[in-house]
Design a protein around this ligand. Structure first.
Ligand SMILES: NC(=O)C1=CN([C@@H]2O[C@H](COP(=O)(O)OP(=O)(O)OC[C@H]3O[C@@H](n4cnc5c(N)ncnc54)[C@H](O)[C@@H]3O)[C@@H](O)[C@H]2O)C=CC1
Ligand SMILES: O=C([O-])CC(=O)C(=O)O
Length: 328
């Protein structure tokens, strides 16, 4: 058994938290040999509700759960954290785009970036889930001068998982047969779920479906799935978002399978002509806790236009938070 690691989760009393914490405690994120100490951050009015969640975590009698800390102070919740899942933010309601949340949520991520920079483990791996996730990750990153910018990532894994599931359903294959889908860009309706390199049971996905379905049904279904969930459930995705957060962190910590990649929102190094510094969804492989962008994939004119459109939206979001003084 390894020494326990510290996992900070913000917004821990919220709906994603309610799914996420139990899966982390069960070992789904870091494996069956890795004990965890949960460090849970909430706003002061939600601490009572959080105390109820803590009671339930204790009642789960999870063997891997070695301790729980709760606080309304980021410097307490992030102290020595090895992993930080920044979930706490205002979710969108029917009729809103995720960008509408920029000013409401931007103010949360600056102090959290500062606190991570000050007190977290020097190797902390940060995942931003709270929307607009890419730009919130940028805000936290830009306010964490003592950490490596690569330590800040945003979640596009839910989109990636949705893209797998939709393709599996269309082709009648199990989800495990689908490989190498990429979500490029923003976790928003401009994202580009790219099937050009995807395979289903080793066959090229685009040989199995027609282009019209791909362009007119598949891409919008994946990109607008969050809104469809809000419409149906009356609340935004929670259990599937928690599951995607587990997948993102598990792969980052434990690595990807040989010959396969996953999608992560990471700081662009200029690869594929994406403006440097934007937190943008890329195909990545992961080894020894380090992610690398999959290089050398062909980019068609169709892909180029989609990849540029979502980069453009992220550039506009960055400009908007710059105006608010949240990033340089
Ligand atoms: N990247 C992705 O794929 C997805 C992102 N989301 C986003 O995740 C976020 C959380 O969603 P839910 O759990 O459904 O919302 P929720 O409203 O149920 O929970 C959010 C929690 O965050 C807390 N919170 C607010 N400000 C905080 C702060 N400064 N520090 C700590 N905690 C704070 C609130 O008190 C609340 O308990 C939303 O922004 C939502 O849009 C949701 C689904 C998918
Ligand atoms: O759509 C929303 O606002 C919640 C979310 O990010 C998603 O389900 O992808």
């Amino acid at each position: 058994m390894n020494e326990p690691v510290r996992v900070a989760v913000t917004g821990a009393a919220g709906q994603i938290g309610y799914s996420l914490l139990f899966r982390i405690a069960a070992g789904d994120m870091l494996g069956p040999d890795q004990p965890v100490i949960l460090q849970l951050l909430e706003v002061t009015p939600a601490l009572k509700a959080l105390s109820g969640v803590v009671m339930e975590l204790n009642d789960g009698a999870f063997p891997l759960l070695h301790g729980i800390v709760t606080s309304d102070d980021p410097k307490v919740a992030f102290k020595d954290a090895d992993y930080a899942l920044l979930v706490g933010a205002m979710p969108r309601k029917a009729g809103m785009e995720r960008g509408d949340l920029l000013s409401a949520n931007g103010g949360i991520f600056k102090p959290q970036g500062e606190a991570l920079s000050e007190v977290a483990s020097r190797n902390v791996k940060v995942l931003v889930v709270g929307n607009p996730a890419n730009t919130n990750a940028l805000i936290a990153q830009q306010n964490a001068p003592e950490l490596d910018p690569k330590q800040f990532t945003a979640m596009v894994r839910l989109d990636h998982n949705r893209a797998i599931s939709q393709l599996a359903a269309k082709t009648g294959a199990p989800v495990s047969a689908v490989k190498n889908i990429t979500i490029w860009g923003n976790h928003s309706s401009t994202q580009y779920p790219d099937l050009s390199q995807a395979t289903v049971n080793g066959q090229k996905a685009l040989d199995l479906v027609d282009q019209q379905w791909y362009e007119e049904e598949y891409i919008p279904t994946v990109a607008k799935r969050g809104a469809a969930i809000i419409e149906a459930r009356g609340a935004s995705s929670a259990a599937s978002a928690a599951s995607a957060a587990i997948d993102h962190m598990r792969d980052w910590a434990l690595g990807t399978q040989d010959g396969e990649w996953v999608s992560m929102g990471i700081p662009s190094d200029g690869s594929y002509g994406v403006p440097e510094g934007l937190i943008y969804g890329f195909p990545v492989t992961i080894k020894n806790g380090e992610y690398s962008i999959v290089q050398g994939l062909p980019v068609s004119d169709f892909s180029r236009q989609k990849m540029d459109a979502t980069a453009q939206e992220l550039t506009e979001e960055r400009d908007a938070v710059r105006e608010l003084g949240l990033v340089k």
